[in-house]
Ligand binder design. Structure first.
Ligand code: ZN
Length: 195
């Protein structure tokens, strides 16, 4: 069954819930991000772009969309920062789930073999991977038409595998890879726009 349409309160673009970020008000009128879109009550939706998020966080607009008489004071900048952290964590969570479910290969040798065998659905390189490996692996990914993204430092990536450092990983599950890309793209878009 198709899900009902939502509309961005800033630019009025319409689409499925998945395309938007959801904001709800708690019973004490504090606004919070509901990225999983599961919290009860009326929600306000904005496009995952800084422009719409900033505009959508105007108090009057929000009060109208949420049908509330009052909202606790909040800073737009703080809400933007909070969102940035939530989006990054969401992308990270897909990786953590993948590790737990053994749907992730990590480390140069495993990643290279995983790509050769056609198991890799998305390649994630650490921001501080060496130039040689970066060039080699991203060229492989391009040739195999696998998306290649940069996230985490080698140390942060290592901590996903309870090891000191990792420079790269691949997700081998199609569904998980697509969830990861969806989350990562949102994070990247907002970051690029200078949140
Ligand atoms: Zn919008």
């Amino acid at each position: 069954m198709p899900q009902p349409e939502r509309m961005c309160i800033a630019c009025r673009a319409k689409g499925s819930p998945r395309e938007f970020l959801r904001i709800v008000a708690t019973p004490d009128n504090t606004i919070i991000w509901d990225l999983k879109q599961k919290l009860p009550g009326r929600g306000a939706h904005v496009c995952p772009q800084t422009r719409c998020v900033s505009k959508g966080l105007e108090k009057k607009k929000l009060m109208h969309a949420l049908r509330v008489e009052e909202l606790s004071p909040f800073s737009v900048q703080e809400k933007l920062t909070e969102l940035q952290i939530l989006l990054r964590n969401q992308a990270l969570n897909s990786l953590k789930i993948g590790v737990k479910a053994r749907k992730v290969l990590s480390g140069y040798t495993q990643v290279q073999q995983g790509m050769k065998k056609g198991l890799a659905k998305v390649l994630v390189l650490a921001d501080d991977i060496s130039l040689d490996r970066r060039n080699e692996l991203s060229a492989d990914a391009a040739r195999l038409q696998i998306p290649c993204v940069f996230l985490l430092s080698q140390e942060e990536m290592g901590s996903l595998f309870a090891t000191a450092q990792r420079s790269c990983l691949v997700i081998t599950d199609t569904g998980l890879a697509s969830t990861f890309i969806h989350n990562f793209e949102r994070y990247r878009t907002m970051k690029k726009e200078g949140m």
